[in-house]
Design a protein around this ligand. Structure first.
Ligand code: BTN
Length: 262
């Protein structure tokens, strides 16, 4: 069972007032977060589960959540307007990659929009959801899943993408409390940058530094089409700029696959 006291000891946040709600098993920590918001929960509530029976990913996909992984949802307020909610997802990606690097996974990279890779394989995904509290008041649920102490053999082999775990990458088990604290502390630090500059520019810069998408050849699949190009930049609203044979495309939704550059 995750050690809540150990988490409290290593948390070092100044903006987020963290309250921890631990579970052994839930359907989805994001679902619990929604229920908690309906009951009046506010920024700072952190729901952690050892296992999820119905973990969900982007586009309503299933997020396989065996014991050993780290699954949590953090409730936060939007910053600089609800329009910037997608940028909070990018901020969460940066915090996750920084947390993974802090425990020794040096080749942790962010992949647009909200995946974290270790080298070329997916180790973590982020599902952020907006909840309307009153007519014009919102909260954001940042749901983060990390394949930490599970191993690749815990995953079905018909996955559409290549999966890895921190354990397989580092060759050892790592502390869930430690990784969680690094991520939350980084999240808080990045929020501080947003608040002190009143802008998401520092987040976009950090995202680019941690990114393995920019400069890469990518295949974009969205509802209606598939195209290939070079990802050249991320725009102020968080969308991805891709240079294709037919000109520049701005990608706001859709799936990105990194292709080899040769
Ligand atoms: C994705 O890669 O599509 C996003 C996956 C997000 C998974 C996390 S695990 C904690 C939280 N609870 C969920 O049901 N989903 C998110």
């Amino acid at each position: 069972m995750i050690d809540v006291d150990a988490i409290r000891e290593c948390l070092d946040t100044s903006i987020l007032k963290i309250q921890i709600l631990p579970y052994e098993e839930v359907d989805s920590t994001n679902v619990i977060a929604k229920e908690q918001i309906a009951d009046g929960a506010d920024e700072g509530l952190l729901i952690i589960a050892e296992k999820q029976t119905m973990g969900r990913g982007r586009k309503d996909r299933c997020w396989h959540s065996p014991v050993g992984g780290l699954y949590f949802s953090l409730i936060v307020k939007p910053r600089i307007g609800i329009i910037n909610a997608p940028l909070m997802g990018l901020l969460a990606s940066c915090a996750t990659a920084q947390g993974l690097r802090a425990i020794g996974a040096q080749h942790a990279y962010v992949k647009w929009p909200n995946d974290i890779l270790l080298d070329f394989d997916k180790v973590s995904g982020i599902l952020s959801e907006i909840v309307t509290v009153d007519h014009d008041s919102h909260l954001i649920i940042i749901g983060i899943g990390i394949n930490q102490n599970s191993t690749s053999s815990d995953f079905p082999d018909d996955f559409a993408y290549s999966v890895t775990t921190v354990r397989d990458y580092l060759g050892c088990l790592t502390s869930q409390e430690g990784l969680l604290c690094h991520i939350i502390n980084s999240f808080d630090n990045l929020l501080k940058m947003v608040e002190s500059t009143n802008s998401f520019k520092p987040i976009l810069e950090t995202w680019k530094e941690l990114s393995s998408t920019i400069g890469n050849r990518v295949r974009i699949t969205d509802d209606s089409q598939t195209y290939i190009g070079i990802a050249t930049d991320i725009l102020d609203d968080g969308s991805l700029l891709v240079q294709t044979d037919k000109g520049e495309k701005i990608v706001t939704t859709g799936d990105v696959r990194h292709l080899r550059n040769d």
